[in-house]
Design a protein around this ligand. Structure first.
Ligand code: CA
Length: 169
């Protein structure tokens, strides 16, 4: 069963979200502040994290940075801020995607499913490799190699790199 960690300090948002996700068949664990988020993450090892940006104790960005030191778990930021700068900062620290509040549940679920599907796709052997100098991308498997070493890359950066390489070849 796919386990989702919901990090949201506002109970009036957290509880309905947990309810909807459970109804969708996910196993759900939750946290109400940044410190708790890291504790629950370490204890539960979720498959995906929905991470509110504005949190007590540690911000969503801080939580994201800490988790990224040890894990490539997919992270979708939930943010009330809709400025480009926040998005860029969030993606630089390793979030995979953004959903801006107020979000539609259907949109959130669709994005979660898209990310989870990429995580569990079986390996495709041929036809999906782009190479440019030291960089090699396996598009179907969402993997990037530099000089043969696999590197972690958030989804949006991956898509951007794919676009750049495709234009360059
Ligand atoms: Ca909040």
């Amino acid at each position: 069963m796919t386990k989702i960690l919901v990090v949201e300090d506002e109970q009036s948002l957290r509880e309905p979200l947990v309810y909807v996700l459970e109804k969708e068949g996910y196993e759900v664990v939750d946290a109400a502040d940044g410190d708790q988020a890291i504790k629950v993450f370490n204890a539960e090892q979720p498959d995906l994290i929905l991470l509110d940006l504005m949190l007590p104790k540690k911000s969503g960005n801080e939580v994201c940075q800490i988790i990224r030191q040890s894990s490539n778990v997919p992270i979708i930021m939930l943010t009330a801020k809709d400025s480009e700068i926040d998005k860029v900062v969030g993606l630089e620290i390793g979030a995979d995607d953004y959903v801006t509040k107020p979000y539609s549940t259907r949109e959130l679920l669709a994005r979660m499913k898209a990310i989870l599907r990429r995580q569990t796709e079986p390996a495709v052997v041929a036809g999906s490799i782009i190479e440019a100098g030291p960089v090699s991308m396996d598009i179907d498997r969402h993997q990037v190699f530099v000089n043969g070493t696999k590197i972690a890359m958030p989804l949006k950066e991956f898509e951007l790199l794919e676009l750049l390489l495709e234009r360059g070849t």
